[in-house]
Structure formats: C-alpha cells, structure tokens
Ligand binder design. Structure first.
Ligand code: AMP
Ligand code: MG
Length: 404
C-alpha cells in the first residue's frame, strides 16, 4: 500500500512515545532531553550584590560631590566576595566591597574603585551620578523563587547545564535515548573494514544511519551486514531483542531478492504500509514488532537517506522527548533549472546560500538514487510538490534546512 508522507507520519507518530526517564549526573547531561520541569526554590541572585569592585554608600550622601568639593566618606567595613557585611552603612560612611559581595544594609549605591581616591580611612568621591544607584544586582532580578526556569522537553546545552548547577540540580531527570538497531541487508555487502572482491561493495548505509541516529538523539546499535536470506535476517532480530526501533536497509522493493515483505510475514509483523509517495525513497515498509517499531528502507544510499530525513527522524525526535520533531523550512530561489517533470513529490539535495537577504539553492550533481556524493555538500533538501513541471531558474521552492 502506497501512502502520502503526511499519512505515513500520521500513522507512525502516535505509535511512538518518549522513552523512560532516569536521573543522570549533570556532567553526563549535555544534549540530553529534560524529563521534568525545573522550578527554582530560590531567588537569584540570592542577595543584593555588587557588580563591581568599589565602595557601597548612601546615594544621598554624595549628591553635592564635585571635583572642587569632594565628599569624604569614612570606611567602616570591608566585604570581599563570599563574606557577609558586619556593619550597617550610616550617614557619611562607606564599605569597601568586592564584585559579588553582599551590599551592606543602609547602602543604596556603589562607586567603582577607579573613580575614588583613598585617603587614610576616608574615601574621596568627586562626582555624583544616578548610575551609582544602579550599580547593584538586586536579589531575584534574574530568577524568582517558584519560577519555572526550564521546561520538560528542553535539550540541555551549556546554558541549561549551568542553570541547573546554579539551582543545585545535580542529577536532573532526563529521558533515556531510544535504542535503534541498524541492519544492512544485501548479499553484495561487506563491512567497511574488508577488502573488496568481485561483486561486493562496502556497507555505507550502516554508518550513514549511525550518524543520523546520533544526530537525532538516539543510541545506534549496529547489527552488521546480513545476506539476502530470510532466516539469517530473522535471526538478527531474535538475537537482538528489546530495541525501540529497528531500521533495515536493502531488500525493500520488489526485486527477486527483496525479502523485506516476506520478513514481515515471517516475523508476523502487520504491515502498516510498504511504499511512501516520495522520490527518492519510495520503498519504506513499516510495522510494529512486539513493542518496537520496524522500518525497512531502500538500500540505495540517497533513497534511504531521504526516507530517514523526512519520515524516521521525526519519529526518533519524538521518542527522545523533545517538543519539535520537524526541521525548519525556508523559501529559496532555484539557481539553475530542474528539467524533469514528476508526478511524485520529490526531494532534491541542494546547496543553499544567502545573497542580499535572499536564499538561493542549487541542486547538486550526483543526485542518483544509488549515489551519496550529493549529500557531502547538501545543506538543504528541496521539497518539490507532486505533479511539478520543469522548473526554471529563479522559481521559488520550499527547502528543508539540514542543520546538524
Ligand atoms: P536494494 O534496496 O537491496 O535493492 O539495494 C539497492 C542498491 O543499494 C543496490 O545497488 C545495493 O547494492 C545498494 N545497497 C544496498 N545496501 C547497501 C548498503 N548498506 N550500503 C551501500 N549500498 C547498499
Ligand atoms: Mg538488495
């Protein structure tokens, strides 16, 4: 059964959910997806503090200060960062204070050290500025106690890790990564480490999918290469149970040795569909095997890659727990032409660049189904609707941005 891409996604997305969650030490959490809301139990800063090295005092004491008539304030206390003031600042007094230290009671202004002269136990202030009253980082000005600071589904990058550290969350709850089995089928395949012999090619799909699964936040498990033999393929699944998703490449079409359809029957997997109306990447078989999702892709590298991008990637992203599953799309102007008309929706690897505020995209050479060279330079996939005629230079097209 051939389905539209949107229908394929509508069928499969509800079948997948974020994996279980677990607590991980903060240093292991980069790129993990948060599985809980983080609510602050404190204000930040936790107390009014000084943003600079200087003197804290009462603003009204220096209102008349001028180079001709400097104001002298008596130093009564000294507060380096990490210590606590011991004296209230009274009229005519100042406290020497370092960056990050608590503003003493009574003070409502801070002046930079560079703008003062120390004369014995007195500090000389030669001007007045309202800015001095703003040289205070007020308690809670960044974060209020009770505020939701990070929401479930957030990807933890360096900002989020430092925020969690600030709030004392050293073992946040994160989602487990979906475990994705990757199996390359085809009697012509040898591993990348082996020497070529007549009729054989090295398995490239396993590495392509490994990279794509990692980039989507999954945990790839390479199941190796297996010949076109239904029992040998089935054996791979029986000996590697319990993964969230199984992705195979090869044998997904209708050739003599395309065994995936038979494998579905052999493993008793009810088939949800066996073709998606896109080019390249039309052969895609999907079903559920026990609690796992089972997806068979074309062995052709460009075809399998497109099917993964537009169909499998959103499913994996949903399983990681993030909230957005689709890549950003942009409008681009076609640079060059695409002569071939097509009844089917097409995806074309292209290179996109910006010029004078407009995005242009040029289809890359080596677009063949079985080629992978075009993927080297591609930063967008042009999405050309079904029933398109020949496309001329300059027409506007939609493109999927292939960022990371
Ligand atoms: P298939 O989907 O089995 O009909 O294979 C289509 C084409 O992709 C054939 O030329 C295969 O040799 C090639 N192919 C299949 N699997 C792989 C793989 N893992 N790596 C590279 N090429 C492959
Ligand atoms: Mg094959």
């Amino acid at each position: 059964m051939t389905v539209l891409l949107e229908d394929a996604l509508r069928t499969l997305l509800p079948l997948v959910q974020p994996s279980c969650s677990m607590r991980l030490p903060l240093e292991k959490c980069l790129d993990r997806i948060l599985a809980e809301d983080i609510i602050s139990d404190m204000d930040f800063p936790p107390f009014d503090r000084s943003p600079l090295d200087g003197y804290a005092f009462r603003l009204k004491d220096v209102q008349k200060a001028s180079p001709q008539k400097p104001v002298l304030l008596k130093q009564v206390d000294y507060v380096p960062a990490g210590t606590w003031p011991t004296k209230k600042v009274e009229a005519g007094e100042a406290t020497r204070i370092m960056t990050g230290a608590k503003i003493p009671e009574g003070a409502d202004a801070v002046i930079r050290l560079e703008d003062t002269i120390m004369d014995g136990e007195y500090v000389e202030i030669k001007h007045y500025s309202e800015q001095m009253g703003k040289n205070i980082c007020f308690q809670g000005e960044e974060i209020r106690s009770g505020e939701v600071v990070l929401v479930q589904g957030t990807c933890l990058k360096e900002g989020e890790l430092s925020m969690l550290a600030m709030l004392g969350h050293v073992t946040p709850l994160v989602y487990e990564k979906p475990k994705v089995g990757i199996l390359a089928t085809g009697s012509e395949l040898i591993s990348a480490a082996e020497a070529l012999s007549p009729g054989k090619i090295r398995d490239t799909n396993s590495y392509m999918l490994l990279a794509k699964v990692l980039l989507a936040g999954g945990e790839p498990i390479l199941l190796g290469q297996v010949e076109d033999d239904i029992e040998a393929i089935a054996e791979k699944f029986y000996t590697n149970p319990g993964l969230s998703v199984y992705i195979t490449t090869g044998g997904a079409s209708i050739g003599d040795y395309d065994l995936m359809e038979k494998l579905f029957a052999r493993l008793q997997i009810p088939m949800l569909f066996n073709r998606v109306a896109i080019k390249p990447g039309m052969p895609v078989l999907a079903g559920q095997w026990k609690d796992s999702l089972f997806i068979a892709l074309s062995g052709n590298p460009a075809a399998g890659s497109v099917s993964f991008e537009v169909l499998v990637r959103p499913l994996l992203l949903k399983m990681t727990g993030v909230q957005k599953w689709h890549r950003p799309r942009v409008k681009v102007k076609l640079h060059g032409e695409i002569k071939k008309a097509s009844d089917t929706r097409r995806f074309v690897w292209a290179h996109c660049w910006e010029k004078q505020g407009m995005l242009f995209a040029e289809p890359l050479h080596y677009q063949g189904n079985g080629m992978l060279r075009s993927m080297l330079k591609a930063n967008v996939l042009l999405d050309i609707p079904e029933g398109s005629v020949a496309l001329e230079d300059g027409v506007e097209l939609e493109a999927i941005l292939l960022l990371s």
